[in-house]
Design a protein around this ligand. Structure first.
Ligand SMILES: C[S@@+](CC[C@H](N)C(=O)[O-])C[C@H]1O[C@@H](n2cnc3c(N)ncnc32)[C@H](O)[C@@H]1O
Length: 372
C-alpha cells in the first residue's frame, strides 16, 4: 500500500496506488472547502430518560466493558501500519474536513504518521512494518485523537507543512501554506508559458505581498537564483513565523520581510515579478467554512463581501511597482467572473495547475495599463 502526501520538489509523478490528490502539498483553497463542506459527523440523538422496565433488563445483561478495556490505541497498535490503518478509520468515522495539504483520510493519515515520526513524507511503504517505541505510540495516539477532537489542521498539530517538497514551519499565527502559486513557480517554464519570465537569471527583484509564512517568497528565491525578494504582510504574528522559515531556508541574505499594508512598506520600489496570494474568501464562504479552517487567522482568509476587496487593491496598485515587462501573478480563488466583470478590458491570462483551473492570473505591466 502506498500513500503519497507531497513529492519532493520537481517530482510530479504520483506514486500512490490509492486515489490521492495530485499536486505537491495537495491543496484545497479555503473558498473551495467552503463550497463543499465535508459530511458532518452524525450527531448523537438526545438522551431519553430510560423507562423503569429497561432498568431491570439492564440488570440482567452482563456488565458492559469500558472502552479502555478493549485496549487504548497506544497499547494495541504496534506498527506504523497499525497506526496508519487506525488513523484512516478514525478520520473516516469522524468525518473531518481536509484541505491543508491533503484531500482524503489516507493521505492525511500518512502525512500525520510520517511527519510525527520525522520520516520522509513522500512514501509510507518502506516503514509500514516498523515497530514503534512506547513514546512514539503515545505521541501518535494523542495526535490522531487531537486531529479528531480539536479539528485543528494536521500541519498545526505536527508543526510543519510542505509546498513543492519544501518544508515550512507553521503554527496558528499563520495560515497553512497551500498556494497554487507554489506549483506555478515549480513549472518549467514558469506557469507553463515560455513567454512569461523566459530567463530566470534575468529576474532581479521580486515582491511577495501577503506573504504569511513566507513560503512563496522562499520558493521564488530558490527558483530565481539572482533575485532579491521583498515580502510584506500586515500581521506581525505571521511575520514571526515567516522569519523562522527564512532563517531555516538559509536565504536570509536574499529575502527581506516587511510589516505593513500591501505595498506600503516598500515605498516606490519596482519589481520584475510580484506574487500575491491575498485573502479572498467571500463573506458567504467565510460563513460556511468547516471547523478546520476556523483555526486559521481570519485576516488571512476574509476578502470582504465578494472576496475581492484586497485583490482589487493589488490590481490597482501593482502598476506603480512593476518594471517594464514585469509580471503580476495573483491567486484569487473562485472570483474570476467577478474580476473579469470589474475589469472588462484587462486581458488577464489564467494559469491552470494540477489542482486548479482559473484561480490564478498573470498579467504584465503593459497589459494592466493598456488603455481599454
Ligand atoms: C491567504 S494568506 C497567504 C499567505 C501566503 N502568501 C501563502 O500563500 O501561504 C493571506 C495573507 O495576507 C495577509 N494580509 C491580509 N491583509 C493584508 C494587507 N492589507 N496587507 C498585507 N498583508 C495582508 C494575512 O496576514 C495573510 O498572511
Amino acid at each position: 500500500m502506498n500513500a503519497r502526501v507531497a513529492p519532493p520538489a520537481g517530482k510530479s509523478k504520483p506514486v500512490a496506488k490509492p486515489a490521492v490528490a495530485k499536486s505537491a502539498a495537495v491543496k484545497a483553497a479555503p473558498s473551495k472547502a467552503a463550497k463543499a463542506p465535508p459530511p458532518k459527523a452524525a450527531k448523537a440523538p438526545p438522551a431519553k430518560a430510560a423507562p423503569a422496565k429497561a432498568a431491570s433488563v439492564k440488570a440482567k445483561a452482563p456488565p458492559r466493558k469500558a472502552v479502555e478495556d478493549y485496549g487504548r490505541p497506544g497499547e494495541e497498535l504496534l506498527t506504523v501500519r497499525d497506526f496508519f490503518r487506525y488513523a484512516i478509520s478514525r478520520f473516516n468515522r469522524a468525518g473531518i474536513a481536509y484541505g491543508h495539504g491533503t484531500s482524503n483520510a489516507t493521505d492525511e493519515a500518512a502525512y500525520m504518521v510520517l511527519e510525527a515520526l520525522r520520516l520522509p513524507i513522500d512514501d509510507i511503504d518502506p516503514f509500514l512494518d516498523a515497530r514503534l517505541t512506547g513514546p512514539e505510540r503515545k505521541r501518535l495516539a494523542e495526535l490522531i485523537e487531537a486531529r479528531v477532537t480539536t479539528r485543528k489542521p494536521a500541519p498545526y498539530l505536527v508543526g510543519r507543512a510542505y509546498i513543492q517538497g519544501v518544508p515550512f514551519h507553521v503554527d496558528e499565527r499563520v495560515i497553512v501554506p497551500r498556494s497554487y502559486i507554489g506549483e506555478i513557480l515549480g513549472m518549467d517554464p514558469i506557469g507553463g508559458d515560455a513567454t512569461l519570465l523566459p530567463d530566470p537569471y534575468a529576474v532581479e527583484a521580486i515582491l511577495d505581498v501577503c506573504t504569511g509564512s513566507a513560503s512563496l517568497a522562499i520558493l521564488a528565491a530558490m527558483r530565481f537564483p539572482k533575485a532579491h525578494v521583498d515580502a510584506t504582510d500586515i500581521s506581525a504574528d505571521a511575520l514571526k513565523v515567516a522569519k523562522l522559515n527564512v532563517e531555516e531556508s538559509g536565504l536570509s541574505g536574499r529575502v527581506d520581510l516587511h510589516q505593513g499594508d500591501l505595498f506600503a512598506p516598500i515605498g516606490r520600489k519596482r519589481y520584475d515579478l510580484i506574487l500575491a496570494n491575498p485573502p479572498y474568501v467571500s463573506a458567504e464562504g467565510m460563513a460556511a467554512l468547516p471547523e478546520e479552517f476556523r483555526h486559521e487567522p481570519k485576516l488571512a482568509l476574509a476578502g470582504g463581501k465578494d472576496g475581492l476587496d484586497i485583490v482589487r487593491k493589488i490590481v490597482a496598485t501593482a502598476p506603480k511597482h512593476l518594471k517594464p515587462g514585469g509580471i503580476l501573478i495573483c491567486e484569487i480563488g473562485t472570483g474570476r467572473a467577478a474580476l473579469e466583470k470589474a475589469y472588462p478590458t484587462v486581458p488577464f491570462s489564467w494559469i491552470d495547475t494540477a489542482e486548479s483551473s482559473g484561480e490564478v492570473f498573470a498579467i504584465s505591466l503593459e497589459a494592466l495599463t493598456r488603455p481599454g
